[in-house]
Design a binder for this molecule. Structure first.
Ligand code: NAD
Ligand code: TYD
Length: 350
């Protein structure tokens, strides 16, 4: 198997490349990554001498770069995306480019290089956020998509285009829709790594709104196992929900992080809400379970403990990130919110 992993230097990509490199010792893996603020080549540096891993820097929106890496592969797993909802609210341009146009460039190359009927597999990694906020119950793959943020709308555009290339051009597309992942190597802008690293630094944990929004949490190693199962046993033309089955209120996650890091609960601050903040997502994962046998195995407490340990042991990885471009981002995202924020002691019950 010759596998192309686009966006392989980001959070899930890094974990997936490492997982597959170890689980499938005869597979060759090539990563194509633009190395945006969220990508780090050094995450995978230790694999570079293995003879089964190659890193190429490039943009999925660039047809020449894509052509150069795709001609000899058996499967493509596309993680490359702009991924942070808050950044999509500040500026959606790069989301539309990478998450829609970039997917189109990959699909065009697959179509061009593989006349209909050829079997180069294409796994498009999508998200539970394409269903929009689901106050109750669980979303099935056949449910209507109602994305609400520029991020989720772009991801919906990308996966719909991918499925259109399956139906129209016979490209062997499979789509996965995952819930919120957490674990090692996650850029510290998302809830769990931001709160862990802030707690370790004694900084406030800014909880949006009333802290009652709910997410389903999936440990990244379980996500990697699911994606390998879908690659090996999934059906072209199918969509698979991949969830952790562990739904928690954000305030509960914040408290679990405070406990796991030994920080003070006073660090938790209720701050101004995210505009258009989806209240809840929930996934029915019976299809992936029935068709591939996969199910998540890591309880949240265990996954969180492993994640906290990783961030404790890899301070140089995240402190470098947090001292760079991140500072400007953090100030514009949280500066006003935190100076106007309410702590539990000021009456904001968490
Ligand atoms: P991430 O932001 O950590 O990494 C994204 C990677 O893509 C980075 O390495 C970045 O350099 C690269 N990239 C960005 N634009 C690129 C371009 N134009 N060309 C080539 N490379 C580019 O993201 P992540 O959290 O690892 O998410 C990976 C995928 O999984 C995304 O498609 C995301 O939408 C999806 N997803 C993530 C989650 C989650 O909880 N993290 C949940 C569901 C789905
Ligand atoms: P996030 O990790 O950004 O993932 P997503 O929005 O894609 O689900 O956020 C997870 C939840 O945590 C979401 O309800 C927003 C909330 N949140 C906060 O309360 N504070 C924060 O600083 C961040 C980043 C997120």
């Amino acid at each position: 198997m010759r596998l192309l992993v686009t966006g392989g230097a980001g959070f899930i990509g890094t974990n997936f490349v490492r997982y597959v490199h170890s689980a499938r010792p005869d597979w060759h893996i090539r990563v194509l990554d633009k190395l945006t603020y969220a990508g780090r080549r050094e995450n995978l540096q230790d694999l570079e001498g293995s003879g089964r891993y190659q890193f190429v820097r490039g943009d999925i929106c660039d047809p020449v770069a894509v052509r150069g890496v795709m001609s000899d592969v058996d499967a493509v797993v596309n993680f490359a995306a702009e991924t942070h909802v808050d950044r999509s609210i500040m500026d959606a341009g790069s989301f539309v480019r990478t998450d829609i146009e970039g997917v189109w460039v990959l699909l065009e190359e697959l179509r061009r290089g593989s006349p209909a009927g050829d079997s180069t597999r294409f796994i498009q990694i999508s998200t539970d956020e394409v269903y929009g906020s689901v106050e109750q119950g669980l979303s099935k793959e056949s449910d209507q998509l109602r994305p609400t943020s520029p991020y989720s709308a772009s991801k919906a555009g990308g996966e719909l285009l991918a499925m259109a290339y399956f139906h129209t051009h016979g490209v062997a597309v499979t789509v996965t829709r995952s819930s919120n992942n957490y674990g090692p190597w996650q850029y510290p802008e998302k809830l769990i790594p931001l709160f862990i690293t802030n707690a370790l630094e004694g900084q406030p944990l800014p909880l949006y709104g009333d802290g009652g929004n709910r997410r389903d949490w999936l440990y990244v190693e379980d996500q990697c196992a699911a994606l390998l199962a879908v690659l090996e046993k999934g059906t072209p033309g199918a969509v698979y929900n991949i969830g952790g089955g562990q739904e928690l209120e954000n305030s509960r996650v914040a408290r679990a992080i405070v406990e796991a890091t030994g920080a003070s609960e006073d660090l938790i601050r209720l701050v101004a809400d995210r505009p258009g903040h989806d209240r809840r997502y929930g996934l029915d994962c019976s299809r992936v379970r029935t068709e591939t046998g996969w199910h998540p195995v890591t309880p949240f407490e265990e996954g969180l403990a492993r994640t906290v340990e990783w961030y404790r042991e890899n301070v140089s990885w995240w402190s470098g990130i947090k001292s760079g471009e991140f500072r400007k981002y953090y100030e514009s995202m949280y500066g006003g919110r935190l100076s106007a924020g309410r702590g539990p002691s000021a009456g904001g019950k968490v």
